[in-house]
Design a protein around this ligand. Structure first.
Ligand code: GRF
Length: 217
């Protein structure tokens, strides 16, 4: 069984989308994969309740209880590696992970970022895309490296920006496609259709097509 561990900090809608896709498509039997654990750095993360509702093991590693980032990451490393994961999925996990953590799982950590990387790394992506006058915006799934929002791109979804948009309406539009594309990307990685080689995401043309979404309103 391929084991997936999800790291969250908040509401967990991306976790939920992946879990529901896994159930709908019966990943346990069709691709021999399942989410085995959800870990949050915040005790009040809504996603923890969602995970528990599915009978998924949950853990909290509260970053506020650690004096240094290194100490927090060491505890996180212990919690994650206890699952012997094949894939680690950051789903709204709002802590920066340093090389001390990331380099112990090369090519095994995915993140979703709410912008079309390499544009708009970091925070406030929706407002920044509006302020820049972009006509399109979107979301990116990428391998995680120590460079913030900088690892190889796996999947992207593009959505229009409308003249009437504010950051909230735009975020809502992007989120619909986050949910679709992240579940697809996780499946593609767990089944070996996407591989991490020489710091690139390697895949065939059909896989690349399925991991590129052009969204509407
Ligand atoms: C998403 O927009 C994701 O792209 C960003 O944080 C948000 C998390 O939402 N990194 P959720 O917790 O998955 O609902």
């Amino acid at each position: 069984m391929k084991k997936i561990v999800v790291l969250i900090s908040g509401r967990g809608s991306n976790f939920l989308a992946i879990q529901e896709t896994a159930l709908c498509e019966d990943w346990a039997n069709t691709i021999d994969a399942k989410i085995v654990g959800v870990i949050s750095n915040r005790p009040d993360a809504k996603g923890l309740e969602l995970a528990a509702g599915y009978g998924i093991d949950t853990k909290v590693i509260d970053h506020k209880l650690f004096e240094t980032r290194e100490a927090f990451e060491e505890e996180l490393y212990k919690a994650v590696s206890a699952y012997k994961p094949d894939l680690i999925v950051l789903a709204g996990f709002m802590r920066i992970l340093t090389a001390g953590f990331v380099d112990r799982f090369p090519g095994k950590i995915l993140n979703i970022h709410p912008a079309l990387l390499p544009s708009f790394k970091g925070l406030d992506t929706h407002q920044r895309a509006i302020d820049a006058g972009c006509r399109v915006h979107g979301t990116t799934v990428h391998f995680v490296t120590a460079a913030l929002d900088g690892g190889a791109i796996i999947a992207q979804a593009v959505v229009p920006i409308l003249p009437t948009d504010d950051e909230h309406t735009l975020a809502d539009r992007v989120l619909v496609y986050e949910h679709q594309i992240y579940a697809r990307a996780v499946k593609a990685c767990v089944t070996g259709k996407v591989r991490y080689e020489n710091e690139r995401a390697v895949m065939d043309n059909d896989t690349a097509m399925s991991l590129t979404l052009l969204g509407q309103c």
